[in-house]
Design a protein around this ligand. Structure first.
Ligand SMILES: Nc1ncnc2c1ncn2[C@@H]1O[C@H](COP(=O)(O)OP(=O)(O)OP(=O)(O)O)[C@@H](O)[C@H]1O
Ligand SMILES: [Mg+2]
Length: 372
């Protein structure tokens, strides 16, 4: 007996603020999902509950340079000002926020324990977490979730999640400084999984890789039978592609952005740029392929059946195709809004083009402080 994908919605509850939030009419109250990346801040205003979410606003803006470093918010006021400006630009009134810490900032452990009651488990975790988590427990927020029962219920598989308190605080402080209230802090891996569950059906006996390629790192969540069996990240992203183009073509970062997204530069003939772009993309694909093989194929002899790509880099022309050929499985760009109602004013061609950038933010929109 497993708990299905439900655990993903619970992980991160320890990071939830302890604010009492009881309000019987709250179901329709709009919440903000804010995904603070190193390259862009993505914001969604979403009302309703999981299964009937309605997107009222979607906005994104560049993150102030060097505001995010070592997986935490270094420049609180710069991020807060940008976030506030983003909300104000859309006349957004909602103040309650669900945000995420980056996967690389989080330690995730899967442990198998003898079956025990909830209270016993809490004690076991308190006593034993130190053996699993290579950090002083004083300094971390810790959460756990039973993910499966094994051996006819004699043992259980427990997922432990720990995040350094100062990293979590750097995100919640930025949200507070923007005049908003952090209600839930999630982890991007779990948000991706909730995005997938909201919009797609996991076929039985299939392994599906969710791959979110951002500017700094790529998050991977591998689902088997609809349940997460692996989460991890690779420290490569769009910035590495830009660095390669800037180095090999002697161009600046704006020109690199133009080339990455399929544009051309008057100063560089297309036949000179193309092989350099291909090589930079191939290097990224290699890293992701390697990670997928290492994380998955090394543990089982099964193959990955399908890849859903998201994050800004997913939109790089030809990238999904290249990854598909390399891994030997179909790869498609995820549509995080396939099963959501999107207000007409939001549903612009630009929003549709950038939809995959909002994958993490959309997954965050499924979270509420009282998740069960
Ligand atoms: N059309 C496009 N083609 C290629 N790359 C793109 C395109 N649009 C955006 N990118 C790249 O995507 C990256 C930004 O994606 P995203 O917003 O997902 O990153 P982020 O969340 O800020 O980064 P991280 O989570 O790694 O800190 C940048 O490197 C940007 O150059
Ligand atoms: Mg990101």
């Amino acid at each position: 007996m497993g708990v299905g994908g439900n655990w993903a919605k619970q992980v991160g509850r320890i990071f939830t603020s302890s604010l009492s939030d009881f309000n019987p009419f709250r179901g329709d109250e709009p919440y903000l999902s804010i995904d603070i990346g190193s390259s862009t801040i993505k914001l969604l205003e979403v009302s309703g509950r999981a299964g009937q979410l309605r997107v009222m606003n979607a906005a994104m803006l560049p993150t102030p340079p060097s505001a995010i470093q070592n997986n935490m918010v270094y420049e609180t006021s710069a991020v807060a000002d940008a976030t506030r400006a983003l909300a104000e630009s859309r006349g957004i009134k909602a103040r309650k926020v669900v945000t995420a810490v980056p996967g690389p900032a989080v330690i995730i452990k899967r442990v198998t324990l003898p079956a025990q009651s909830a209270r016993e488990l809490e004690n076991t975790i308190l006593f034993e977490a130190g053996n699993f988590i290579p950090e002083d427990l004083e300094n971390v927020n810790l959460d756990y979730q039973i993910t499966d029962y094994l051996d006819d219920g004699k043992r259980m598989e427990v997922l432990l999640v720990a995040a350094k308190k100062d990293i979590v605080a750097s995100y919640t402080e930025a949200v507070r400084a923007a005049g908003m209230t952090p209600m839930v802090v999630d982890v991007d891996y779990f948000a991706l999984e909730n995005m997938f569950e909201t919009n797609y059906q996991a076929p039985p006996d299939r392994a599906i890789a969710l791959v979110n390629i951002g500017a700094r790192y790529s998050s991977i969540n591998i689902l088997r039978n609809g349940r997460s069996t692996f989460t991890g990240d690779v420290p490569v992203g769009g910035r590495d592609i830009s660095d390669g183009l800037m180095r090999d073509l002697g161009i600046g970062s704006e020109d690199a952005e133009t080339l990455k997204s399929g544009g051309s530069l008057p100063s560089i003939p297309a036949d000179q740029a193309a092989p350099v772009i291909d090589a930079a993309a191939a290097a990224l694909i290699d890293e992701i392929h390697h990670a997928l093989s290492f994380f998955w194929t090394a543990a089982t002899d099964e193959t990955i059946d399908h890849i859903y790509l998201s994050g800004g880099v997913a939109r790089m022309p030809g990238l999904a195709q290249q990854l598909s050929e390399r891994v030997g499985a179909p790869a498609e760009i995820a549509n995080p809004f396939a099963h959501l109602t999107v207000d007409r004013a939001v549903d612009t061609p630009q929003f549709r083009e950038q939809a995959a950038d909002f994958a993490v933010a959309m997954g965050l929109a499924t979270r509420r402080p009282d998740d069960k």
